[in-house]
Design a protein around this ligand. Structure first.
Ligand code: SAH
Length: 272
């Protein structure tokens, strides 16, 4: 038996990878997270597939399925929402496989934070604004280490994405405002890439009531950071060096305007 931990992507069934889809098509057993994985992806499975919704199973029950089938020469697809490496609880399953010498592989997926950035039309890393993206969450039933408290993360004023936290948005935006400033731009994306997706934009001092008015209490991401200024101030940042005509890199030579030709990254004239 081989267990594949597959990222299903954020919701849109077309956002699973080709590799993930190919495994899903061959799988004998599929364990999927019904709460956030789009059931449409199950239509790709073989008719004989056995499926389990992990929303109703605890860890021991999932492990019991692995154990029961450990001698079976087939494929188990364990489908996680987004990318399995982010709040996916895969480590304990991988550790189990390592201990029991069960073959396994992780197939990454598109995380919801990437889908949220896409629907916001937002690059998260703008030159001179922020070159760092922090993925975190507010403490809930799962505590967050003190060194990663919201106050400490906010002090960096980097692009910040909070998972699993929208129910605490009022308290969080108050804390975030202490570092980012009360009028810092903020967005909440509910069910990014699903047909019922909602985008709420605002500032740290007004987004909480907008989110409440939309009735959003779960399945959403909070995005904060100066980069979001791009929504109402196009080109407020320094343009990327990557496509700057004056900048050479490994794959492209700079344009030497005076000579009308290109120079390579060492400054010598190239043939263009
Ligand atoms: N592994 C997942 C995250 C799982 S934790 C990933 O990579 O996206 C579950 C949390 O992810 C939710 O509470 C919500 O904060 C976020 N989330 C998952 N799918 C989402 C979506 N389509 N839109 C917005 N947030 C989503």
């Amino acid at each position: 038996m081989k267990i594949y931990f597959i990222g299903a992507g954020p919701g849109d069934p077309e956002l699973i990878t080709l590799k993930g889809l190919n495994i899903l098509k061959q799988a004998d057993i599929v364990i999927w997270a019904g709460s956030l994985v789009n059931p449409e992806i199950l239509t790709y499975c073989r008719d004989e597939v056995e499926t389990f919704d992990s929303a109703g199973l605890n860890y021991d029950e999932v492990i019991a399925i692995y154990k029961k089938n450990s001698e079976f020469d087939g494929i188990i697809a364990r489908i996680h929402t987004g990318d399995p490496s982010i709040y996916g609880a895969i480590q304990e399953q991988i550790d189990f496989c390592r201990k029991e010498k069960i073959d396994w592989e992780v197939i990454p997926g598109v995380s919801s934070f990437q889908a949220a950035a896409a629907v916001l039309g937002q690059e998260l890393t703008l030159p001179q604004v922020s070159q760092t993206v922090i993925l975190s969450r507010a403490a809930g039933r799962t505590p967050v280490p003190e060194k990663e408290s919201i106050e400490k993360l906010a002090a960096l004023k980097a692009s910040l994405i909070l998972f699993l936290s929208v129910s605490q948005i009022e308290k969080l935006t108050e804390k975030l405002a202490e570092s980012y400033g009360a009028d810092a731009p903020c967005a909440v994306v509910y069910r990014a890439s699903w047909p019922d997706q909602k985008i709420v934009r605002g500032r740290l001092n007004d987004i909480a009531h907008r989110v409440k008015a939309e009735g959003i209490t779960k399945q959403a991401l909070i995005v904060v950071g100066e980069v979001l200024r791009a929504q109402d101030e196009p080109l407020f940042y320094e343009k990327s060096k990557l496509y700057d005509p004056d900048f050479s890199h490994g794959c492209r030579d700079a344009v030497d305007e005076a000579a009308g030709s290109k120079t390579d990254s060492k400054g010598s004239r190239g043939i263009s």
